[in-house]
Design a protein around this ligand. Structure first.
Ligand SMILES: [Cu+2]
Length: 450
């Protein structure tokens, strides 16, 4: 009897959970209503069977429970019942499989008028490429991928010159126009998935895969990598921003083509020197950092990282959080750098400054720090010198009190919580794994030994 009650409670509980649970599908934002329909059918078929089988078991447990006077009857065959059960099972299985085949047929037949976007995955971020004015994506080769040519573009291919390169995890696409995402991985398996679009597909190194959809709602949707791709897999986020056609076009026109990236002017250190005069009042004449002004050492830091931080301050991705006291003193300084050339010049000057190791001011348990640092080494390098491919800056030999404060900031969301700050967000996920200030001190003490 108690078993029968448990079975009945299981059925009632499951139904109530299904009806009242807050975990439901995200609202659909693409043409793939068919996928939802297929999932619904499967849920109905399996749901009805789940309820029927469990209630039947409960009834049997009650009805046929042990009674002294009753005896079991042996009935090995029942043609009629077996035909019924076979037929019902066949109908149920067919009902679950057929819609899936129809969806798949539609999925592999991309509409003629779909425009193309390439999404490129790597540990642990996304970038995108549009075909440009000629409508053709240029040829790419994995062996040509370098820091200066992150897409592996083949220089001789004229189709590639006007390709628009989005070296950022966020992309825009126009609403109500079918789009075919061509998917490519630089390293391991990844999976391009946007929950609201209902379609997803693996990225396979050495192969091009695809998916297509027609976005039907304006909005910003998160891209998740849904294939376990290494220790920082959970930080591999991006966004697809669905906008009106006009807004999309003006955004696209403002993005660099491959030809633009080839012609990018290197910064001028001499011009940067005069711009740096202001910076020196806080960061020091030699970029060595001034603890009294809370300004970190800049000399010896990599060019790409300095540039990105200045851009982030300017765009409000950093230095805008209400508790970010020090970041908020820095942000207006970056705003004074009018354009990309000004940023390139001042960074070129900083790169020309002598790189002397900063004084060590933080004590901690170096052994514990070394153990904690093992995870950090994946992105920042075992030597702490930073890894550009992973967007992680140099930490070794930089100002230690500043590193400790940044770790606190990341942990508390003072830095890295702006929705467009993908790289800060990544470090935020890591910062939140640190238990307390002692862990931070241990880590920084270890970084000081590198
Ligand atoms: Cu991934």
């Amino acid at each position: 009897m108690p078993l029968a009650v448990v079975l009945i409670l299981l059925v009632v509980g499951s139904l109530l959970f299904h009806l009242f649970s807050p975990w439901t599908f995200t609202p659909l934002a693409s043409n793939w209503g068919m996928v939802d329909f297929t999932v619904d059918i499967t849920l109905w078929v399996t749901g009805v069977i789940f309820v029927a089988v469990n209630l039947f078991m409960a009834v049997c447990v009650i009805k046929f429970r042990h009674k002294k006077e009753s005896r079991a009857k042996y009935e090995p065959e029942n043609k009629k019942l077996e035909s019924w059960l076979t037929l019902l099972t066949a109908v149920g299985v067919a009902a679950m499989l057929t819609p899936g085949l129809l969806v798949w047929a539609k999925f592999v037949n991309v509409p003629e008028d779909a425009h193309e976007v390439e999404a490129v995955g790597q540990q642990w971020h996304w970038s995108y490429r549009f075909p440009g004015a000629d409508g053709k994506l240029g040829e790419v080769r994995a062996e040509l991928i370098t820091m200066d040519n992150p897409f592996g573009m083949v220089n001789e291919d004229p189709n590639g010159r006007d390709d628009v390169l989005i070296f950022n995890p966020e992309v825009r696409i126009p609403v109500d126009r079918p789009v075919k995402f061509l998917l490519r991985s630089k390293d391991v398996l990844h999976d391009f998935a946007v929950a609201q679009f209902r379609v997803k597909m693996d990225l396979i190194p050495g192969m091009q895969t695809f998916l297509w959809l027609t976005p039907t709602k304006i909005g910003r949707f998160e891209v998740l990598c849904e294939e376990l791709c290494g220790i920082a897999h959970h930080t591999m986020r991006g966004a697809v921003n669905v906008t009106e056609q006009g807004e999309f076009e003006s955004w696209l026109a403002g993005q660099p083509t491959y030809a633009d990236t080839l012609n990018r002017q290197a910064g001028n250190a001499a011009a940067g020197a005069s711009r740096y005069v202001v910076c020196a009042s806080c960061h020091g004449q030699k970029g060595e950092g001034l603890v009294a002004l809370n300004a970190p050492k800049l000399s010896g830091q990599s060019e790409w990282y300095l540039r990105r931080q200045l851009e982030n301050y300017k765009a409000g991705l950093r230095g805008t959080h209400k508790d970010d006291l020090f970041g908020r003193t820095m942000a207006p300084m970056a705003n004074a750098l009018a354009d990309d050339a000004a940023i390139a010049d001042v960074v070129a000057h900083i790169r020309s400054l002598p790189d002397e190791p900063a004084p060590k001011t933080i004590d901690g348990d170096i052994e514990k720090g070394a153990r904690l640092y093992r995870v950090c080494a994946y992105c920042h390098g075992a030597d702490g010198m930073g890894v550009q491919a992973l967007n992680a800056p140099r930490a070794a030999g930089m100002t230690d009190w500043y590193l400790a404060r940044q770790l606190q900031n990341f942990r508390e969301g003072v830095r890295g919580s702006h929705v467009n700050d993908f790289y800060g967000m990544q470090m935020g996920f890591m910062g939140r794994t640190l238990q307390d200030d002692q862990a931070i001190n241990d880590l920084v003490a270890y970084i000081n030994t590198l």
